[in-house]
Design a protein around this ligand. Sequence first.
Ligand SMILES: [Zn+2]
Length: 286
Amino acid sequence: MSKVKIKIVFLGHIPHSIDIDKIVKWQSELFEIMKPINTVAIVGNSDGAYWEFLDENIEEQLPSRDGADILLAVTNVPLQSNYFARRFADNRVCMTYSTMTEILKFDNIPLENLLFRVLYSVAFVYRRYGNRMPLMTEDTNFTHDETRGCIFDMNGVKTDVVYSLNGPQLCHSCVENLTTTPKYKIEKEVIDKVQGELKKIKKGLYYQLTDFIKRRPIFGNNYFISCCNNIGCHRLDNRNNNLGEINKMTISNRHNGRLEKKQFQCLNEVLCIVSSVLIQENIGVS
Ligand SMILES: [Zn+2]
């Protein structure tokens, strides 16, 4: 199966910092992003009662697909009916960060994750409907109202979107639908590869670490704090020695009976994540 070609344009000014490089470099078995990513100015103002841009207004602003299978316009203005993505004629889609940014930032989710989720969902919908995006007026059933951490969660309650932006998945029922739709079914091999890709849509390593600590607080002493202090006391040009020192400290405390077995295991997990943070993100701690 060939990859779905998607052209991304920024529609109007995006006041938030989005890592375009990360988007352009993303590799998928399902779609490819056409370069370059351009910006198109918004002409005129909102025409909705709540400062939103109604569908006809947005549709007039959208450029052509320019040879791509799908055009995805990314904007920051509110869309009709408070949706974060709307489909338009000629395989064009518009998604917005309006009100979404605050939700993502509150949960420390990179803004790019929302864009990735939309990219995967529109590419699947395009294939499932016979290489075209169905219009909003058509009867469709590719989303589900229940929040399952799936890229096809409806997210009627907008804040639920965070569950499908940190290691999202295709739920069992969506896999069934995509692989058994007569005529337009998608190979299981592609689905399996995409499931692996979706797992990479995650929070930054620092926030993975803090989430981990929130889930498993090391109670009774400030051992973890002393570990952090140990890292913080040195610059990273001595990175391996720092980690070595922490390991020695951990083992020594274990031998001295200052750490329970559970705490010891927990701390080892923390060490693995700390190592990943230091090595993969090459953080210079001072
Ligand atoms: Zn699903």
